[in-house]
Design a protein around this ligand. Structure first.
Ligand code: ZN
Length: 80
């Protein structure tokens, strides 16, 4: 699978002062390692999300390519 950037911050909040954790989340998850990112169910869901995102990206690229091909003959600029 190609490397994808995740760039999602942990959505947990610190119990000490209620401030957001702000650590980077585990790829595919919305929490960092400290806040359950290493738990089996979180990892499973994260993996599933990344796989689904990969499939979706691939499908979208293919669709845009086809639409571009269609649009080139019709004088319609695609994507708009
Ligand atoms: Zn965290």
């Amino acid at each position: 699978m190609p490397r994808q950037t995740w760039g999602v911050r942990c959505r947990a909040h610190r119990t000490s002062d209620g401030q957001p954790c702000a650590a980077w989340s585990v790829r595919g998850a919305y929490v960092c390692v400290k806040h359950g990112g290493a738990a089996p169910q979180v990892r499973a869901k994260a993996e599933y999300r990344m796989v689904m995102a990969g499939i979706w990206n691939q499908a979208e690229r293919r669709l845009v390519k086809r639409l571009r091909a269609l649009g080139s003959g019709s004088g319609i600029a695609w994507p708009p």
